[in-house]
Design a binder for this molecule. Structure first.
Ligand code: 1GP
Length: 240
């Protein structure tokens, strides 16, 4: 975990907001003022320039750090604090590793703020998630299969972030612990199914950065409890 100098190096808790979902001003105010370390804007489908600009400008009324996870070139909007480019490592479809990214770089490579841009090595592990279906992710990996992908991301490709994505489902904490112990330089992002303070604490013990999405739209109150829960677990306590 040597990413302390990157903008996301100290992030413990992150809310992920989807431009394709409605959020009231009151709910957005609560999220932005919650004490979360950052907001990532991103989604698997229905994300385009207009709804991304709209959400960004609403979040920009607040001081909270705000990053964009660029999942398609139409949603590449200037003005965010940081940009994440996902590479889906566990798909057989190269389109999601170096297909659409290369097409976007051909057009926009010279204009990308590289010092504010980072690749995320995604491992998508919930077969029922929209993103798994969209990307053709091979989610039926055993522990060694997951480990091989982590070697690929952390050691061979030296990606700055490994993102274990269980979107919509709480993940296998033992597996995540194992991944955390394998990493030598990548920062571990975990996201998926966190809908209580207890689950947030469990994830915070083993992942560097805990990402909370869906529950914002289902129960704002429950979502807000995850911020303190994650921050209660001191950095450095993870991996124990
Ligand atoms: C989704 O990892 C995030 O990309 C968070 O997952 O929506 O299940 O909280 P949830």
């Amino acid at each position: 975990m040597q990413q302390q100098s990157a903008i996301y190096g100290q992030w413990r808790h992150v809310f992920k907001l989807d431009p394709d979902r409605e959020i009231s001003d009151e709910a957005l105010d609560a999220i932005c003022m919650s004490g979360t370390d950052a907001i990532i804007v991103g989604g698997s489908s229905g994300v385009h320039y207009d709804n991304t600009v709209d959400l960004m400008s609403r979040i920009r009324r607040y001081e909270v750090t705000c990053a964009l996870e660029v999942s398609n070139e139409e949603s590449a909007v200037p003005g965010f604090d940081h940009y994440f480019i996902p590479l889906v490592l566990n798909t057989g479809d190269a389109e999601w590793i170096a297909g659409r990214q290369i097409r976007a770089l051909r057009k926009f490579g010279a204009f990308i703020p590289w010092e504010h841009t980072s690749a995320e090595g995604y491992l998508i592990l919930n077969p029922d998630s929209v993103v798994a279906r969209l990307t053709g992710a091979q989610t039926d990996l055993d522990a060694d299969g997951v480990g091989a992908h982590v070697y690929m991301a952390d050691r061979l490709m030296r990606l700055p972030i490994v993102y274990l994505e269980y979107s919509g489902k709480f993940g296998d904490m033992e597996l995540i612990k194992r991944v955390g112990r394998m990493l030598t330089s990548a920062q571990l992002f975990y996201g998926g199914g966190i809908d209580t303070a207890d689950k947030a604490r469990q994830a915070a013990r083993i992942a560097h950065t805990v990402i909370v999405g869906n529950i914002i739209y289902d129960s704002l109150e429950a979502a807000l409890t995850t911020v303190q829960a994650v921050h209660d677990i001191a950095i450095g306590q993870f991996h124990e």
